[in-house]
Write a protein that binds this ligand. Structure first.
Ligand code: ATP
Ligand code: MG
Length: 261
């Protein structure tokens, strides 16, 4: 990774790929993880690989809803753990909520590896600086208090069948708001049907996930989660949110990419 020069115009993208390649070699990812990432990359190219103004507004709306929730939870799959594990633990520490490893292709080995990867990340985040404007208790205490759920597998997402329904009874099952970066469409739909606030990050504005969620942040997960950590320290109010308008804004930016030629 160190040999990609800073001046390379697509350094962030190449580094993300490299992180995923290494994580796959360590057995953290499902075989389809690269395909999902590739689909995301294509949309990100059309966005100019930067966070749009519209995505930034969606981040603030998602932050407001997470702050207002009584029992928020951040759901993490393999790709999100690798690409934004650090930001996810930071966000959970700010919110005082758990994170939950929740993967589509569940195997005990992958669950164990992702949970221990997040435990290592938690140690790093605990010794890093508190967010600007942090007014809570000692930052390291807040980070160490972040529970990493998922291993217990004692809850169910009603409306789904088989291993995909498994969740934690103390996390997603009882949550009133779920941040699910990179979620699959039918699990997103099931969470919405259960009456939970569903906030997603998905580069594809046309995916079922993007269209089902209450708030969709159309942005790359590392960038979006970094922005979210900043927004969570601000004083925000939940608004009447028109998610379809936000999706149309993202599609309009992608359509404008044709003007580059
Ligand atoms: P759905 O089931 O919601 O219709 P899908 O089947 O197209 O969507 P999945 O394979 O279930 O998609 O999940 C991958 C999704 O995650 C894709 O929509 C892709 O655009 C998005 N994605 C992949 N990598 C990233 C990333 N780094 N940041 C944000 N979104 C991403
Ligand atoms: Mg899908």
């Amino acid at each position: 990774m160190a040999d990609i020069p800073d001046s390379h115009p697509r350094k962030a993208s190449l580094m993300a790929r490299q992180s995923l390649v290494e994580a796959a070699a360590q057995g953290l990812l499902a075989e389809s993880a690269m395909i999902a990432h590739g689909r995301g990359e294509a949309f990100d190219y059309l966005l100019g690989e930067k966070t749009s103004g519209s995505a930034r507004i969606a981040v603030r709306e998602a932050a407001a809803r997470l702050l207002q929730a009584e029992r928020p939870v951040i759901s993490l799959n393999g790709n999100t753990t690798v690409l934004a594990g650090e930001q996810s633990i930071r966000a959970a520490a700010i919110l005082g909520c758990p994170v939950e490893v929740n993967i589509y292709y569940r195997t005990p080995e992958r669950m164990d590896k992702l949970i221990s990867a997040l435990e290592d990340i938690r140690v790093i985040v605990a010794s890093s600086g508190a967010p600007a404007g942090w007014k809570g208790p000692e930052w390291s205490d807040s980070v160490n208090a972040v529970e990493i759920l998922g291993g217990d597998a004692d809850g169910r997402i009603e409306g789904l069948e088989g291993p995909r329904a498994i969740c934690s009874s103390r996390g997603i099952e009882i949550a009133d708001a779920v941040l699910v970066p990179l979620e699959d469409g039918d699990r997103c739909e099931a969470l919405v049907a259960l009456g939970k606030q569903v906030l997603v990050i998905d580069l594809n504005p046309l995916s079922r996930t993007a269209r089902m969620a209450h708030v969709t942040i159309v942005d790359e997960v590392t960038r979006a989660m970094t922005e979210l950590c900043i927004a969570l320290t601000e004083d925000l109010k939940v608004s009447d949110w028109d998610n379809n308008q936000s999706l149309r804004d993202a599609l309009a930016i992608m359509a404008e990419a044709s003007e580059l030629i």
